[in-house]
Design a protein around this ligand. Structure first.
Ligand code: C2O
Ligand code: CU
Ligand code: CU
Length: 480
């Protein structure tokens, strides 16, 4: 690059990303242990765990990093006991599931060290990729960052009727960024300034709790259940070889029809179920699941920068929108394995009953410096801001009035995205089915149709975990 050569911002971001991933040492991707059955116990405790470049003090469930993958069947009742052996209070939340109030993991249910919480809930949700994570008052971000949280997979007959890859060919992968800053540790040290505005951005890509993971694959079709489990980083996922991803599902199970997409923009807490076909790849070929460089129009100037001063005076994480390689797939020298083509229709989606008479509410997401609010207010445990009727469908409008992105998440029921205006101005392919988290970028407004099954107090919040911990959350009550 000669003197006076100017890189455009996206090129610059790409170059930075390339620098960061150059000659990266890669470590084998692990699969979480699967747990299923009528009654499960999850014990949260500090555990020395191998993250690839070394062993760190992580917080785990049942000693495992990543946390176990829970498999439940549609229509069954789950019974799960949480045992807290951490040095601070905690509580788990089943993200995306509609469960009774007492099983939702609201922060007011947090248990002290030494305590136990017994969850019991019927599995109402469609088959799909859900997850669970801590929901402790003002401690969700550090607890999730240190390793707590895993997949919760719901299985059902409609999905099982399709010839989708399973067993060895079905891989749940939680994608996260961690801030190693030249050391090997999962220490979480929230700095002032950018960390409190952007959230805690990392400098290293993780998959299933391992830094810069790599996975040997056969020449076959795989199903990747992708979860963005990052505290704050939005991902722009695609394959390094330019092949499209075959999108089959989102937050709430199968889409009506599969879609071929080059990129999937996945915000924290969102899931994408994709098929990747390695059957025609050359043995030895290396293909990256990459988060490509991107820019967010209307974002606060300079706020792509993560960090502030981290450990050892290092700057914090990589800017939001920096290219990062998440998982490397290495094609093995195996015989190509044939598979059934996908049907053009995957699923019947439940109908929507929205008309001119449907009740509406608006929620405004605002960030002023380090203050993140909804309708001008910060979370208060004992305050209930909205009352909605059980069984009633409502249209909720999320308006982003700030210069920061906000992935908006609701407890107690999933929703359908009806429209998006401003910004991207459309509903994206991965937003076509039931969802529980919708990314609202600066200048955007999203209309969603929500419906609540269980009475009680539930939460609406931003799923940037730092924003959430800082109070971008509210209670609403579902009344009978
Ligand atoms: Cu995934 Cu209230 O959370
Ligand atoms: Cu949730
Ligand atoms: Cu936010």
């Amino acid at each position: 690059m000669g003197a006076g050569t100017q890189l455009s911002l996206p090129e610059g971001l790409r170059a930075l990303g390339a620098l960061a991933t150059q000659q990266t040492q890669r470590y084998p991707l692990r699969r979480a242990p699967a747990v299923s059955g009528e009654r499960l116990t999850l014990t949260a405790r500090p555990t020395s765990s191998d993250i690839g470049p070394g062993v760190v003090d992580a917080w785990t469930l049942n000693g495992s990093l990543p946390s176990p993958t829970i498999r439940l069947r549609e229509g069954r009742t789950a019974r799960i006991d949480l045992v807290n052996q951490l040095p601070e209070p905690t509580i788990l939340h089943w993200h995306g599931l509609s469960v009774p109030e007492a099983a939702d993991g609201h922060p007011r249910f947090a248990i002290q060290p030494g305590g136990t919480y017994a969850y019991e809930f019927p599995v109402h949700n469609r088959a799909g990729t859900y997850w669970y994570h801590p929901h402790t008052h003002m401690r969700t971000a550090p607890q999730t960052y240190r390793g707590l949280g895993g997949f919760l997979i719901v299985e059902g007959d409609e999905e099982a009727a399709h010839e989708l890859p399973r067993g060895e060919y079905e891989i749940p992968i939680v994608l996260q960024d961690k801030r190693l800053g030249g050391s090997v540790s999962l220490t979480y040290e929230l700095g002032m300034g950018p960390d409190m505005m952007m959230g805690y951005l990392g400098d290293t890509a993780f998959g299933n709790g391992v830094a810069n993971p790599t996975l040997d694959v056969r020449r076959a079709r795989y199903r990747l259940r992708l979860l963005n489990g990052s505290n704050a980083r939005i991902l722009e996922l695609g394959l390094s070889n330019g092949e499209p991803l075959t999108l089959i599902g989102g937050d709430g199970g199968l889409l009506e029809a599969p879609a071929r997409v080059q990129r999937i923009m996945l915000a924290p807490a969102e899931r994408a179920d994709v098929l990747v076909d390695f059957s025609a790849r050359r043995p030895g070929e290396r293909i990256m699941l990459r988060s490509f460089a991107f820019q967010i129009p209307g974002m606060m100037m300079g706020m792509g920068m993560g960090g502030g001063m981290g450990r050892g005076g290092m700057m914090g994480g990589l800017m939001l929108g920096t290219e990062m390689d998440f998982v490397e797939f290495v094609v093995q020298d195996t015989a190509p394995e044939p598979f059934e083509p996908l049907p053009s229709r995957l699923s019947e989606l439940p109908g929507l009953d929205v008309d001119a008479g449907t009740p509406r509410r608006t929620f405004r997401f605002q960030s002023m410096m380090m203050n993140h609010t909804i309708n001008g207010q910060s979370f208060a445990m004992a305050r209930v801001d909205e009352r909605v009727r059980q069984g009633q469908t409502e249209v909720w409008t999320y308006v982003n009035e700030s210069e920061l992105p906000h992935p908006v998440h609701v407890h107690g029921g999933q929703f359908r995205v009806l429209s998006r205006t401003g910004g991207r101005g459309r509903v994206m392919p991965w937003e076509m089915g039931p969802k529980d988290t919708v990314l609202v970028l600066p200048g955007e407004r999203a209309d969603v149709a929500v419906h609540f099954v269980h009475p009680g107090i539930f939460l609406l919040h931003c799923h940037n975990l730092e924003h959430e911990d800082m109070g971008m959350m509210l209670n609403f009550e579902v009344v009978e």
